[in-house]
Design a protein around this ligand. Structure first.
Ligand code: GLV
Ligand code: GLV
Length: 333
């Protein structure tokens, strides 16, 4: 009996090749670069055994209900999983406890995007601190009149203190790349002390200490109830007025109104964001009127190689889950 798999978007060919090779699967692909409309998602998952989704698809009770009891595996092409209603997924596990093997399993893509995301974070940090978008704009707009000693000055990493909020795989990879620029101190905070921080002489400090000491504050934590809205008025008020704020995790970690206030009042020097709420950020959003704010369209993992590998891993997670094998990257709920 064929196994129905719904794929919510056109994904890289590497992943499609894995799926196409699996003869057991009857694929239903929303073959577009745009997100699947909600109604089509609900229709598409109906009776599906497997679901491949992206971080832009909210997988909640409504979707799980629409899928029905056939759904065995959800495989997301992302490391973040805040778009999955984990509690709802787990609830269904409990309800199905007598057929444990039929409980919903979840695959995701950690590790394979760590390097790409760390590189993008470094690029965003340097571009924000050294005001690259403003410089490009001045060149194109005729604002470049001559070499000026005090023009377009920013902040450098050499001799600086970097504070990382969430020193996980990606946070470590960011820190490892920043240190060779001459960073003097690496501070970090999060739920727990990370033994691997020792190799970088990272110091575990309170959030308040990190904010008051750091020249660069880099957010690399996952979105949880504890980190939702973490970067608010009180947070920014503890930062140095010369400090640069970088977020490549999830937009909801930041209160964007408070960030706008902090940037426009000079409370902090600049911000670089790869993630916002909503995504896309409307073109008339106040943050986009600020010269000291650089916003990227959530491209942390966007290298050709990484996206190919992510799609392959997503497909392999799905197939392993469908056959009851161990997944290459299973999210333990
Ligand atoms: C990107 O943000 C991801 O979670 O993979
Ligand atoms: C979070 O998932 C990380 O890899 O840092």
């Amino acid at each position: 009996r064929p196994v129905k798999v719904f794929v919510t978007r056109r994904i890289p060919p590497e992943g499609m090749a894995v799926l196409n090779k699996a003869e057991m699967c009857k694929l239903d692909v929303w073959d577009s670069d745009e997100p699947v409309p909600r109604a089509e998602l609900l229709k598409g998952v109906s009776g599906a055994h497997g679901l491949i989704c992206l971080l832009s698809d909210r997988i909640d009770a409504e979707v799980l209900d629409a899928a029905g009891p056939s759904l065995k595996v959800i495989s997301t092409m992302s490391v973040g999983f805040d778009h999955l209603a984990v509690d709802e997924i787990k609830k269904r596990l409990v309800r199905l406890r007598c057929w444990h093997a039929l409980g919903i399993r979840v695959g995701y893509t950690p590790d394979v995007l760590t390097d790409a995301t760390a590189e993008l974070t470094v690029a965003l940090l340097l571009a924000t601190a050294r005001r690259l978008p403003e410089g490009v704009q001045e060149v194109k707009g005729g604002g470049w009149s001559t070499w000026k000693p005090l023009w377009l000055c920013g902040y450098g990493l050499s001799g600086s203190t970097v504070g990382v909020i969430g020193l996980g795989r990606i946070g470590m990879a960011i820190a490892r790349r920043l240190i060779p620029f001459g960073v003097k101190r690496l501070l970090y905070t999060g739920r727990q002390v990370k033994p691997q921080a020792e190799e970088l002489n990272g110091e575990y400090v309170s959030l308040d200490e990190l904010l008051s000491q750091s020249d660069f504050v880099v957010v690399s934590c996952s979105l949880t109830p504890e980190t939702q809205g973490l970067c608010d008025n009180s947070f920014f008020s503890k930062m140095k007025s010369t400090a640069v704020f970088i977020n490549t995790s999830r937009g909801s970690v930041v209160n964007q109104e408070d960030l706008y206030e902090a940037l426009s009042s000079g409370q902090i020097a600049a911000a670089g964001l790869d993630v916002t709420v909503p995504e896309p950020l409307p073109t008339d959003h106040p943050l986009l009127t600020l010269k000291n704010c650089m916003v990227l369209p959530h491209i942390g993992s966007a290298t050709y190689t990484t996206r190919g590998i992510m799609s392959e891993l997503t497909a392999n997670n799905l197939l392993s889950g469908l056959t009851g094998a161990s997944m290459p990257s299973e999210l333990v709920l």
